[in-house]
Design a protein around this ligand. Sequence first.
Ligand code: OSB
Ligand code: MG
Length: 377
Amino acid sequence: MRLHRLHLYYIELPFVHPFETSFGREDTRPTILVAVEGDGLVGWGECVAQAGPWYSYETIETAWHILRDVLAPLVLGWELRSPQEAAQRFRRVRGHPMARAALENALWDLFAQAQGVSLAQLLAQASAVARGVVARSAVPVGVSVGIEPTLDELLAQVEGYVAAGYGRVKLKIKPGWDVAVVRAVRERWPDLPLQVDANSAYTLADAATLQALDQFDLLLIEQPLHHEDIVDHAALQRLLRTPICLDESITSPEHARWALDIGACRVINIKVGRVGGFTAAVAIHDLCAQRGVPVWCGGMLETNVGRAGNVALASLPNFTLPGDISASARYFHRDIAEPNFELNADSTITVPRGPGLGVQVAPDRLAEVTLRRLTLP
Ligand code: OSB
Ligand code: MG
């Protein structure tokens, strides 16, 4: 397929409820949408970089630059046989996985539409592990609950999500907001599948605090230590009964293999943006499946474009733990793409069946929230 045009949209959507992690508090979600045109079709991708370099060094502005000046010229006007071919071309680019993923993922949507299959089907065809396995029609999900100003406010948030039907809760933790908070939630919901995410807020010197979390029967402890450090994570894992799950540290299939080889984690959170696109996400899924390591799909507070991609990815068979893929209404009053994702009664989200992502960008809503746009060439 020849790609003849590409559009970048810098948009900003207000959150229903502010989201606070160990990095800080966010009231809105600025993001970049990429649209690629080919064969009379339009494919969409979402860039999960955030306003500032806190979760990752990438920002909206670095991603805009890399997309416009580096990646777009590697695909515009070219004949492409597959999205994997674009991923291969992008390998020359060092780093910037979120920018690469935004464009590569738009191509996955475009190719799936061109073949008349859903993105979930195209991803399953690309996975050595998914071939021949019956595709899931819905994926298990949970909710990621941010740090709140007080413990009472946190308990009220968790209560609301449990009442809404979320069967797994993730709590954001940081030094000073950890053992007592987890204890309070565990006492109130003794059987709730629960996990925590530190976003790199601890060091090995905090091992005693992290060991104290072992008593709460957590599914996992996500990214307790430095984002680039798998060595200390391996040391910490030996001190903990609870599985360590890496998020920030895994930015490619190679990083996944290195971490597993040294025992730095027992679970991996796959975020398609963090690892540089669906090609790499499927490779990590397959590697983990071959090694008997469970994975789950992380979230970056995406719009329905990114969420549709996450749901499709999470339909692969080794996504055995619930994903951070919540209903659209948990994030925004009005999204830019339709239809919204709803939570089913069994804490699952249904995988779209339509061609490609299976959601449609609403032009009026997109225009309303667009701060800047660019068409190339
Ligand atoms: O570490 O998983 C994380 C959001 C922004 C940055 C980092 C993280 C998160 C989440 C959000 O936990 C999960 C979601 O999209 O619901
Ligand atoms: Mg995380």
